[in-house]
Design a protein around this ligand. Structure first.
Ligand code: AMP
Ligand code: MG
Length: 311
């Protein structure tokens, strides 16, 4: 791991690493992000592995300007006005995924929405332009520790788990972005942050936040209706019952295989798309899933599979 300054040379090196499927921590105006090419599922899986996240939650895809949004999301009310008012800046907009978009399903944690943001940091914008692809990035710290606002924080938390850290000094805002869900009739603030509710209301009129409703879940991640298969799922098994599809891992016969060579990153990248493919009552009565080891990103894969099996 190296920590070059966020000058032209450092940004060029970081862009090559990202395009090759590596991990780069980069400064934004909010906190340092742990970035991977959002179009490469195996690269996105490395984010969860490096953070030690025990589950898949959706990630924000960072883009260099608002014109790119049409490639990844369906049109949403208020989008243009909000982007004009607050981008680049600490406002993340959740929209419906555009069908056929090249952003990995893992960025959406298998859901139908995508969170997009254009960060207000020259280093981040230069990097995004150099990569030429959306960059998925949560905060660049191990799961459960505080968000990093300097390159040294990132190095202390992630160490060799990240390939390169771009250093542009301390973050200006130091507070995470506001996450605003535009898929509802009235926009919903899923997470308060750098842009205030009053600022948003001045643009869109009515806006609600999760905390207005005592019955609403407190954490933004919990508000997501993640994809859940309609067919019964059985996990940790190699014996297939009549009518069942078998989702494999490692060598062996299977209807579909998460990774024949037993690569957990490849498996994570394939997980949501393959569950969706097998969730076909016209062809199968259920889905049996072979054992997946708990190491690295395997913990998050198993968390997802356990929840699928509970339905
Ligand atoms: P962080 O990991 O600190 O970058 O936080 C990302 C935040 O954005 C989390 O609160 C996520 O739950 C939220 N988020 C990302 N993608 C989505 C999405 N598609 N729908 C709703 N919330 C999202
Ligand atoms: Mg975080």
């Amino acid at each position: 791991m190296t920590i070059p300054p966020a000058d032209a040379a450092g940004i060029a090196r970081a862009a090559v690493i990202l395009r090759n499927g590596g991990l780069v921590a980069f400064p934004t105006e909010t906190v340092y992000g742990l970035g991977a090419d959002a179009t490469q599922g195996a690269a996105v899986a490395r984010i969860f592995e490096a953070k030690g996240r025990p589950s898949f939650n959706p990630l924000i895809a960072h883009i260099a300007d608002a014109t790119a949004v049409a490639d990844f999301a369906l049109p949403a009310d208020h989008f243009e006005a909000l982007a004009r008012a607050f981008w680049p800046g600490p406002l993340t907009l959740v929209m419906r995924r555009k069908p056929g978009s090249n952003i990995s399903d893992l960025v959406s944690a298998g859901g139908a929405t995508i969170a997009l943001r254009c960060p207000d940091s020259p280093a981040a914008l230069d990097l995004l332009r150099a990569v030429g692809r959306p960059v998925a990035a949560p905060s660049a710290n191990r799961s459960g520790s505080v968000s990093p606002t300097s390159a040294a924080h990132v190095a202390a938390s992630l160490g060799e788990r990240v390939d390169l850290i771009l250093d542009a000094g301390p973050c200006r805002v130091g507070l995470e972005s506001t996450v605003l869900d535009l898929t509802q009739t009235v926009p919903v603030i899923l997470r308060p942050g750098g842009v205030t509710r009053e600022q948003i209301a001045a643009i869109v009129g009515a806006v609600t936040s999760g905390s207005d409703d005592p019955a609403a879940p407190k954490s933004p991640g919990q508000q997501l209706s993640h994809y859940a298969p309609s067919l019964p799922v059985r996990i940790n098994t190699r014996d297939v019952r009549a009518g069942e599809a078998l989702l494999g891992f490692g060598p062996g016969e299977a209807t579909l295989n998460l990774s024949t060579r037993g690569d957990l990153r490849e498996a994570a990248a394939n997980l949501f798309a393959m569950l969706r493919q097998l969730d076909d009552p016209a062809r199968f009565t259920g889905i049996a899933v072979m054992p997946v080891p708990e190491d690295g990103v395997g913990a998050a894969i198993n968390d997802r599979l356990r929840r699928a099996a509970h339905h």
